[in-house]
Ligand binder design. Sequence first.
Ligand code: GUN
Ligand code: ZN
Length: 435
Amino acid sequence: MTAAPTRLALHGDLLDFAGAPGWGDVDAPTVRWRPDHWLLVEDGRIVAVQAEAPDASWRPVDHAGRLVLPGFIDTHVHMPQLDVIASYGTELLDWLNNYTFPAETRFADPERSHAGAELFADALLANGTTSAVVFPTAHKVSADAMFASAQRRGMRIVTGKVLQDRHSPDGLRDDVAQAERDCVDLIERWHGTDRLSYAVTVRFAPTSSPEQLAMAGALCAADPTLYMQTHVAENRDEVRWVRELFPKARSYLGVYADAGLLHPRSVLAHGIWLDDDDRAALRDSGAHVAHSPSSNLFLGSGLYGWRPLADAGARTSLATDVGGGTSLSMVRTMADAYKVQALAGQRLTAWVALHAATRGAAEALQLGDEIGSFEPGRMADVCVWDWAAEPVAHRRMEVAAGLHEKVFAFMTLADDRNLAAAYVAGHERYARRPA
Ligand code: GUN
Ligand code: ZN
C-alpha cells in the first residue's frame, strides 16, 4: 500500500449527518451542511472540520464547489455477479438457475476469483462506495480473493464464503463439515485483519439444509463479533417454497430466528414480504434489512415497506444487490429507492436515503465509530462529487431552491460520472481521468 500523506486538508461542500433524519422531514435538524469547509485528515483519520484554511503543515486539496460526502456503504452486493448483471427475462428463482448459479460455478477457479474480485473492488471505488457487505461464491477461494482485493485497497469489507449445500448445481454445493472447516479457517485468517470482518453467509434458506443452518448458527453463537448475511422474503414464489421446506417455522424470517441467525450483526437482504411479527423480530434482535430497490424493480420482486419497518423501530440500509441490481452506483440506488417508495405511496426524502447509504448503514453494522460520517476519529473514507455532470443537471442545480431540493436533484440525476475522487483511509484510490 502507498503511504498516506500524513496531513491532508480537503476543501469543498461537506455534507454528513449528526443523527437519523425523521421520515418525511425535509428540514431535518440532523443534517450537517458545512459548505466551503475543510476536512482535516491525519494518518488516514478525520481529525477536524473547519471553515478557515489550515496552516502550511497541511497539504491542501481544493475541491471548492464540489459536494464532499462520506464514502458510500453498500450493504448487500455480489462480487461474482458482474458477469450476469442485466440478464433478461426472469424472476428470482429462474434467474438464479438460468444465469447466476452457472456464472458463480466458474469462481472455483482461483484466477477467475482473483480477476473478478479485483474488477469488483475497483468498480465499487469508481462508484464512490468505500465499504461493502459482499457475497462471493460457495468457493473458499472466492472469499479469499475478495478479502485480499479489499485489503490491497485498505477498504472496510465484510464478506464470507457462501453456504449452500442443497438445491444448487454441481460445482456450487458444499457440505456441512467441509463448509465449517472453510469458515473456521477463513475466520482465523481474515476476521479482524486490517479493515476486514467475516460474515457467516447463508445464501438463503432454500439452499441450506437444516443441519447447515444449525452449523451457521453455532458459528455466530461462538463469536458475537461475526456478521451474518443472507436473503429473506424477496419473491413470492421463493416465500412459498420456504413454507414447503420449513413447514414448522412461523415465517421465512422465523427459519433464521430458529437457527440462531438473527442478531445485531445480521444483514438481511430484501425483506419485502414480511409481516408485523417479522418486523418486531427484526427490531428485537437488532438485525436489519438491506433494501435493494434496483434489484427489486429489475427482478419484479415487489415494493419494499420501508415505512412499516421504520415505524416498527427496525433499521434499513441501502444496497445495490448487483447482479440482481443493475448498477453499482449507490446514487442510482437512492433514486430507485425514491421511485419504489412513490409506488408504495410514500415519499423518501434525500436525507433518509443518504443517511441509509452512509451513517445509518454504518450504525446498523455497528461500525458507526469507524465509517459513515465526518466525526473526528472516523477513518477518512471520503468521496468528492460534482453536483452536476451534464447540462440538464447543471440547469436543474441553478434553479434549485434550498438544500433539500438541491441534494434531491443530485440523488435523482447523478451517477458515477459525477465522482471526482474517492479516498480510502486518506489514500486517493480513485480519481476521474481529466476529460
Ligand atoms: N437469493 C438467493 N441468492 C440470491 C442472489 O444471488 N441474488 C438475489 N437477489 N437473491 C438471491
Ligand atoms: Zn443478493
